[in-house]
Design a protein around this ligand. Structure first.
Ligand code: G3I
Length: 374
């Protein structure tokens, strides 16, 4: 894995030498760049695509980031970096039920609106996240309401009509349903519960997609989940869902691969570029767009070895490269900008450093690898 990154650097080094006449020649009139750096062939042109968003745009892709509290801290340097490097924005938490619909029939769009205004002012597309999840970040009125199936269905439809309707024409894509499947392909009911499935059965998924299409016919509608990147029962279940929806004209436009990866001590953890490409092609063949919606690659902290960090950089290169290899893969979104804001250390103690920038907003090797793959 490391060898590939190193060869790229070596190839880039060779090209630079050649461009500067450093490759050696028998022509005595030719000067090297060291001898005469003013020669036109030696001028170093800083490419215009020296940000993630410009590199992505060059291939008609989006490179995005999820945002949470860091954005609202109004740290000027942080928000400038967000606007400079990214052309897609996902609210990490503030469009979830507990924030946007804290009391029955009472909605709060203040934070979502602030993120949308920032996105629009900076030429970024907004991804809406998320309309239906599990019993996570749900208000107590909903979890403890003891609603009948009919009432819960109406609550779900009203919520989607109101939230998607509020952003009609302004949100590029919605994660309509998030993390419905367990590893074995069945509908997931974690320890904390899944009131949607427990009360409504599997039909809650279809209900949500139909309501979202009605509320904003222009928004792209995505099913979003983790571990779909690995072949197996869960990936098969997502394929079956899309196949069924397409056959019955239930609206669905895209599949969101969360892409939360971990580098194991032996360097494994991220599927190979070939495997990822095959997976993306499998979904593209179903007629849906592909977004990588929550990308991060964690390593052990403290104490990740250089080999593990190299595997992490190679992982970023492979994920981005696989997306670019499939025309229908149009967006790569990282789940936060800096390691300081990542959800990983609290969810996975002993793991972290999963993102592209360090806590001081410095670019990491992961940034170089991701950008280098575009
Ligand atoms: O809002 C409260 C705040 O009032 C309180 O003071 C504070 C104290 O801990 O907690 C705040 O809530 C936290 C919330 O994020 C907002 O910051 C929760 O404790 C915390 O558990 C919650 O974590 C979020 C997590 O989803 C919940 O499962 C992460 O920030 C968010 O990044 C993460 O995002 C999910 C995606 O939506 C779906 N895919 C997985 C991904 C990572 O878990």
């Amino acid at each position: 894995m490391r060898a590939n990154v190193h060869s790229l650097i070596a190839i880039a080094g060779l090209s630079l030498m050649a461009a500067c006449g450093g490759g050696g020649t028998s022509e005595p009139a030719v000067k090297t760049c060291a001898e005469d750096p003013t020669q036109s062939k030696c001028v170093v042109v800083v490419p215009a695509d020296s940000t993630l968003r410009l590199s992505a745009a060059k291939t008609s892709r989006y490179f995005g980031a999820a945002q949470d509290q860091m954005f609202f801290n109004q740290n000027a340097a942080y928000n400038a970096l967000l606007a400079k490097e990214f052309n897609m924005l996902t609210p990490g938490n503030v469009l979830k039920w507990d924030t946007v619909h804290p009391q029955r029939g009472t909605y709060s769009f203040t934070k979502g609106d602030a993120l949308l205004a920032f996105a629009q002012a900076n030429g970024m597309k907004m991804r809406g996240h998320t309309l239906v999840w599990l019993n996570t970040q749900m208000p107590s009125w909903l979890l403890n309401g003891g609603f009948s199936a009919d009432t819960l269905t109406q609550i779900l439809k009203d919520h989607i009509a109101t939230v998607v309707g509020h952003y009609q024409g302004q949100v590029y894509a919605w994660d309509v349903v998030n993390e419905a499947f367990a590893g074995d392909g069945s509908i997931q009911v974690p320890a904390s519960g899944n009131i949607w499935f427990s009360t409504l059965g599997k039909s809650y998924i279809e209900t949500a997609f139909r309501a979202a299409r009605t509320a904003d016919p222009a928004a792209l509608l995505f099913y979003n989940d983790y571990s779909l990147e690995f072949p197996g029962a869960k990936q098969d279940a997502a394929v079956a869902l899309i196949t069924d929806f397409k056959a019955r004209q239930v609206p669905i436009d895209g599949i969101g691969f969360q892409a939360h990866f971990q580098i194991n001590p032996d360097g494994t953890g991220v599927p190979s570029k070939a495997s990822l490409t095959a997976t993306f092609q499998r979904f593209a063949a179903l007629g849906v767009k592909i977004h990588l919606t929550e990308l991060d690659i964690r390593v052990r902290t403290p104490g990740a070895t250089q080999a593990e960090l190299s595997a992490q950089a190679q992982g970023y290169s492979d994920v981005v490269g696989a997306c670019l290899a499939v025309a229908q893969c149009e967006a790569i979104v990282v789940w936060g900008i800096t390691d300081a804001e990542s959800w990983i250390p609290s969810a996975f103690p002993g793991w972290g450093q999963a993102l592209l920038f360090d806590a001081s907003l410095g670019k990491k090797a992961t940034y170089t690898a991701a950008k280098g793959a575009m």
